[in-house]
Design a protein around this ligand. Structure first.
Ligand SMILES: [Fe+2]
Length: 209
């Protein structure tokens, strides 16, 4: 795998936090912890690789407060350094379904960049690490691990739904089923604090009710 070592990945995250501080950093640390734990239980994955890919999956947020363009910013950053496998995760982690229409959030990149992302997705072969990071991104809040269903509903309440929302949800459950079949257990059995974090008292913005 063409990825940096753990310490360098952590240094990239620390640098990115200085450039653009925010809850995305804690989210990334929980994604890394989840990817490490699930990879450890998986017959074909390496825990250290899972951790490093988790640390770096949102590194494009170093470029500032952006929406979906963080995926191409992360790709460009890691690709320029030669870390092609980490760059791939930056591009694929938002696509449990390989379709640029099946996303949450806004495309805030140029038409040329969007074309590049579309072409990249059309040719890339999803590895089990791509699937792992898609899953972990959906279950890690800045405060810890969470039932995927709760996170999906929370996002829908905040940002609304569209004609592809159910396809996206089904995509996440397909990834979960794939990984659970491989590890022979519930992913949640590997995530400390998931029950407490999922069932913590609700904080709902009255505007969304
Ligand atoms: Fe993320």
């Amino acid at each position: 795998m063409n990825i940096p070592h753990r310490e360098r990945a952590r240094a990239f995250l620390a640098e990115a936090e200085m450039l653009n501080p925010g809850p995305w950093v804690q989210h990334s640390l929980f994604v890394a912890q989840a990817a490490e734990a699930i990879a450890e239980a998986h017959p074909h994955l390496d825990a250290e690789t899972g951790y490093i890919l988790g640390i770096l999956h949102d590194i494009g947020r170093r470029a500032g407060v952006t929406n979906l363009r963080h995926i191409i910013d992360g790709y460009t950053f890691l690709h320029a350094l030669g870390f092609e496998d980490a760059a791939q995760i930056s591009m694929t982690h938002s696509f449990p379904v390989r379709d640029i229409r099946v996303v949450n959030g806004q495309w805030d990149c140029s038409p040329e960049e969007l074309q590049f992302i579309e072409a990249y997705l059309a040719q890339v072969e999803f590895s089990t690490y791509d699937r792992l990071l898609q899953l972990c991104d959906a279950l890690a809040l800045p405060s810890g691990f969470c039932l995927i269903e709760k996170r999906l509903v929370d996002v829908a309440l905040r940002h609304g739904v569209h004609e592809h929302t159910l396809a996206r949800w089904r995509g996440y459950f397909a990834v979960q089923a794939e990984l659970e079949a491989a590890i022979g257990a519930s992913i949640y059995s590997l995530l400390p604090g998931v029950i407490e974090n999922t069932f913590a008292p609700m904080q709902v913005d009255p505007k969304t009710m």
